[in-house]
Design a protein around this ligand. Sequence first.
Ligand code: CMP
Length: 211
Amino acid sequence: MSVWRALAAVSIERKLRPKEILFHAGDFGDGCYVVREGAVKATILSKDGQERLLAVLGPGAMIGEMSLVDDEPRSATVSAIRDCRLVHLRKQAFFSIADQNPAIYRHAMRLLAQRLRGTNESVLAQGSMSAAGRVALAFMSLAGGLGDGSQTGRIVLGHRVTQTDIANMAGVARENASRAINDMLRSGILSRERGHYVIEKPDRLHALTDE
Ligand code: CMP
């Protein structure tokens, strides 16, 4: 049996409705999840009680790997932003299969390294990037979790994201996020389609993060 089949054989399906919470920050971590369909968001609360969006994670993404690895409580609250189908792998099942298949550890290490890179980019953005650059970075990160790419290169964000979400994610004031988004809409980098943002020019969006 392939390793992925072995994992699938011991995993349990879990469905979530939009806004349903998978777990809260601080909860005990009893395993990890893989998103099969839909999208979830990982959020934390700042000291003043504001929700801070860390990431939007779509099909194929693994969630809950941090508690799995370090035995600490959940580092963020994870909730569905649309109908979701996930699979849950209990900690013990994960480790008993992974111990016999080092490829799983390699995969998990790659995932953690990628998340750390994302965090490094955010740290850099907080220090040196313009508000427009930070907003562009937030859109790129959303495209990773929500993006529905097409052959024409445009990326439709398959979920209604508010300017406040973008501002939180980018770590900029809402008015500044709003100004940057309006500039991007005017210059054709972004558009709106039935209430959803569309990244019309991913290359130009990416270029904004270098300014
Ligand atoms: P865990 O700490 O077990 O529970 C919360 C989960 O949210 C965490 O594992 C990761 O799967 C996910 N998560 C936390 N922080 C981030 C981040 N900065 N980027 C992407 N995912 C994250």
